[in-house]
Design a protein around this ligand. Structure first.
Ligand code: GUN
Length: 295
């Protein structure tokens, strides 16, 4: 079997088109313009690229966009003061502080300072707690994007054996929680594997859906996959640079070998990646509607 390639660019484009239409209607009917602010501390090149993409996508969709670039030596106090100001700004419905922050800053304290109603990343403990009990306001963007890739590719999630490889707070734990809920597009049996799992392939070999967020190239090889499984690759590993200085990226899955066994698979790039920013836009629209009492 050669796998169907799940095209993240195409699915992200579809969702962005839906959002663009919704944003135009919000403006026309309610004079409501969703607003997103990005905060970048320091000049990490990858983070600069991500923040630039978020800003551009916001503008393309008709979202009001603001960007704060702060120097790498910004103090905790200064950053918290900015967040406090943004929490109170009525034009801003979503606040995104790009991670990772420089080492001298306390990341948890910064994330906790964001008003949960403006936490479009879905990283605040209030939002993660609401997700866990099945009453989410915002789903974290990458896991939400994964769920949408599965749903919009026609993958049956209900009753499926899902194995997640990786237990990060950003991907592994939230995607496990999302797919576990007794809801449409979920209701799976979920297993989470991690660095202390005795035999990861024992679990992945019986999975209908494998989601790999291990942060390591070839963490999932063909011998670990059941014939006909669906494979979602969340990995973004830089393995070199091209002659003109572009980053060479690979996922966590041995794509060429696994695609011969899987029923469907996401590529890297062009799979999960484009979905993350799109779901951030969706959360920003949701934040604006919640603030205006429209949901
Ligand atoms: N850094 C890498 N991924 C993310 C993300 O989803 N949100 C934020 N804020 N920072 C990130």
């Amino acid at each position: 079997m050669t796998a169907q390639i799940i095209n993240g660019n195409e699915i992200a484009k579809q969702i962005r088109q839906e959002l663009k239409e919704e944003i135009a209607k919000l403006k026309e009917k309610h004079n409501l313009i969703p607003g997103l602010v990005t905060v970048l501390v320091g000049a990490d090149p990858a983070s600069q690229v991500y923040v630039g993409q978020k800003e551009k996508t916001s503008r393309d969709l008709g979202i009001y966009s603001e960007r704060h670039d702060l120097p790498a030596d910004t103090t905790q106090k200064k950053l918290l003061t900015l967040i406090d100001k943004l929490n109170k700004d009525p034009r801003i419905h979503g606040i995104l502080v790009q991670l990772p922050l420089p080492k001298h800053l306390n990341e948890s304290e910064v994330l906790y300072a964001i008003n949960p109603k403006k936490d479009v990343d879905g990283f605040h403990p209030v939002n993660l707690g609401k997700l866990m009990i099945g009453e989410p306001d915002y789903l974290p963007c990458t896991p939400h994007g994964i769920q949408q890739l599965l749903i919009r590719s026609g993958v049956k999630i209900e009753g499926a054996e899902v194995v997640v490889v990786g237990r990060s707070n950003i991907v592994g734990k939230p995607i496990a929680n999302i797919l576990l809920q007794k809801k449409e597009g979920a209701n799976a049996t979920v297993t989470v594997c991690h660095t202390a799992t005795r035999d990861i392939s024992f679990h992945t070999r019986r999975a209908d859906i494998i989601i790999v967020a291990a942060g390591r190239p070839k963490a999932l090889t063909a011998d670990m996959v059941k014939e006909g499984a669906v494979v979602i690759d969340v990995g973004v590993n830089q393995v070199g640079t091209t002659a003109d200085g572009k980053r060479i990226l690979v996922g966590d899955v041995d794509f060429d070998a696994v695609k011969e066994k899987a029923k469907a698979i996401t590529p890297v790039p062009g799979g999960v990646g484009p979905m993350t920013i799109t779901m951030l836009m969706l959360n920003t629209v949701r934040a604006a509607k919640l603030a205006a009492g429209l949901t």
